[in-house]
Design a protein around this ligand. Structure first.
Ligand SMILES: *[C@@H]1O[C@H](CO)[C@@H](O)[C@H](O)[C@H]1NC(C)=O
Ligand SMILES: *[C@@H]1O[C@H](CO)[C@@H](O)[C@H](O)[C@H]1NC(C)=O
Ligand SMILES: *[C@@H]1O[C@H](CO)[C@@H](O)[C@H](O)[C@H]1NC(C)=O
Ligand SMILES: *[C@@H]1O[C@H](CO)[C@@H](O)[C@H](O)[C@H]1NC(C)=O
Ligand SMILES: *[C@@H]1O[C@H](CO)[C@@H](O)[C@H](O)[C@H]1NC(C)=O
Ligand SMILES: *[C@@H]1O[C@H](CO)[C@@H](O)[C@H](O)[C@H]1NC(C)=O
Ligand SMILES: *[C@@H]1O[C@H](CO)[C@@H](O)[C@H](O)[C@H]1NC(C)=O
Ligand SMILES: *[C@@H]1O[C@H](CO)[C@@H](O)[C@H](O)[C@H]1NC(C)=O
Ligand SMILES: *[C@@H]1O[C@H](CO)[C@@H](O)[C@H](O)[C@H]1NC(C)=O
Ligand SMILES: *[C@@H]1O[C@H](CO)[C@@H](O)[C@H](O)[C@H]1NC(C)=O
Length: 386
């Protein structure tokens, strides 16, 4: 009888449309199970019932780890915070939080539905390699109209970095459009290595879900800084490891993976603007840039690639080149400007001097003339006071 009543209550409770959530296989979901009965601040136990298993939270105001689950019964905000990691196919479906006051009375139940986000879960995990001081961009696809975010995994929780409501924090920035969103890091350092997730927070519902896992690997690269003048020839070299791919190249741009290839072994011309020479015995590439112009200022990467799409290019060093041509021009311009100013000043001075001289002469004349004129009109009182 009792269990029948319980079932009726459950059915009644369950008749309310459960909140819908969407997640990805191998991703995670973080949600909140709220309870409505605020007169009960001390539920002594909470069951989380998933299609696969039942977990129990008995602690208050502290995290409890149950395998892929993390539970936090927050008595201040009166809810259970749930993190569910490495989602598997069997985890999708109805999720329930049962808030028990005691072992006898019927629990308060919050029901949620977890579905697969079929439209947006294509490549849930990938590796991304970049280099210190480089600029790099991590791409995520998402067609939904909702808040998107990037966070960094600290092994337990994913710490927010950026979202469509906070698009920049200095060196990290997020851009988005209808088909996806990006996170760019402008000056990568070795501390930026780690696991990042991109995900979404739907406008309705108390949850956030991860779409893709990005393992960012940061390799150290040596940076050469050179300043040169217009018209000069610059030579530098980069050495490479034994297992480097055959096709050596030089490309220009802040992001080594989208930078423009200026020259490679197959297009190499010894007398061109840019040429490379590969000494395979010494594993040393000598790079020559001729007839430098101000436009050559920028960032260059020396690397090697294969035709194999899956193997990314390897990079060996970075050159930051400043061609002082523009500065030289600026200096010349300043010199010209200063010279012109001096000439103008001399002319003005000359003119003023001659004018003063002329004025003095004219004053002399008008004085002679005025003497007669001034005498005629009656003087104004103010002038008399002086
Ligand atoms: C809240 O809990 C109290 C104590 O168990 C109970 O008397 C009351 O009926 C509950 N209220 C609701 C709306 O469930
Ligand atoms: C709490 O109230 C909301 C809105 O009235 C309802 O949708 C939800 O199902 C309730 N939860 C529980 C556990 O009764
Ligand atoms: C990513 O790199 C790790 C090692 O850092 C490797 O074990 C894993 O297989 C790589 N994953 C992919 C998809 O390449
Ligand atoms: C931006 O976020 C990253 C990742 O959390 C962090 O390492 C960096 O220090 C933040 N930058 C600023 C200026 O706060
Ligand atoms: C993401 O970055 C890539 C390359 O940097 C760019 O082509 C693409 O348009 C960007 N996408 C968005 C949504 O900003
Ligand atoms: C939107 O982003 C996608 C993927 O990042 C990119 O390919 C596309 O060019 C972007 N479209 C616009 C209009 O920026
Ligand atoms: C890269 O350099 C940093 C500091 O210069 C160092 O702490 C780190 O171990 C280096 N990493 C590798 C892979 O060599
Ligand atoms: C070599 O560079 C040219 C352009 O300079 C480019 O069209 C070609 O695809 C490059 N070759 C390889 C193997 O990357
Ligand atoms: C590479 O070649 C240049 C000359 O082309 C030479 O000065 C330099 O020492 C060489 N570097 C190595 C590591 O062999
Ligand atoms: C470099 O400039 C000189 C003089 O302007 C010109 O004769 C020469 O052909 C140029 N060389 C290259 C490789 O462009």
């Amino acid at each position: 009888m009792k269990s029948f009543l319980l079932l009726v209550i459950l059915l009644m409770e369950g008749s309310e449309a459960p909140s819908k959530m969407k997640g990805c296989l191998n991703g995670w979901i973080e949600f909140i199970c709220g309870y409505n009965n605020t007169s009960i601040t001390k539920y002594h136990m909470i069951d989380v019932v998933t299609p696969k298993e039942t977990l129990q939270s008995t602690q208050r105001d502290e995290w409890e780890n149950k395998g892929r689950w993390f539970l936090y019964h927050d008595t201040t905000n009166q809810h259970l915070r749930v993190i569910f990691k490495q989602l598997q196919r069997e985890d999708f479906g109805k999720q329930q939080c049962k808030f028990h006051t005691d072992s006898v009375s019927a629990p308060e139940i919050t029901e949620l539905e977890l579905d697969m986000d079929d439209d947006n879960c294509q490549h849930t995990t990938f590796n991304h390699t970049t280099y210190t001081t480089a600029q790099t961009t991590i791409l995520c696809t998402d067609k939904g109209n909702r808040v998107r975010f990037f966070c960094k995994d600290n092994g337990f929780i994913c710490e927010d970095i950026l979202s469509t409501t906070v698009k920049s924090n200095g060196s990290f920035s997020l851009t988005d459009n209808n088909s996806g969103f990006n996170m760019s890091i402008s000056d990568v350092s070795s501390q930026d290595a780690g696991v990042y997730w991109c995900g979404v927070k739907p406008n309705q519902g108390n949850y956030r879900a991860a779409l893709q896992r990005i393992q960012l690997e940061v390799q150290n690269i040596s940076v050469i800084k050179r300043s040169s003048a217009v018209g000069q020839t610059l030579t530098y070299w980069c050495s490479y490891p034994e297992d480097a791919p055959v096709n050596k190249f030089i490309c220009k741009g802040e992001d080594p993976y989208v930078c423009e290839q200026l020259v490679n072994i197959s297009t190499n011309m010894k007398t061109g603007k840019l040429s490379i020479e590969d000494d395979r015995e010494e594993r040393n590439i000598t790079v020559t840039v001729r007839n430098l112009t101000a436009e050559d200022t920028g960032t260059y990467w020396c690397g090697a690639g294969t035709s194999d799409e899956k193997r990314r290019n390897q990079l060996f060093n970075k050159l930051v080149l400043t061609v002082a041509g523009s500065q030289l021009a600026a200096v010349t311009a300043t010199v010209v400007r200063v010279a012109a100013l001096v000439v103008v000043n001399i002319l003005i001075l000359f003119y003023t001097c001659s004018k003063i001289r002329r004025n003095r002469r004219e004053k002399q004349k008008s004085w002679d003339r005025g003497y007669a004129e001034v005498q005629d009109p009656p003087r104004r009182p103010s002038q008399e006071l002086q």
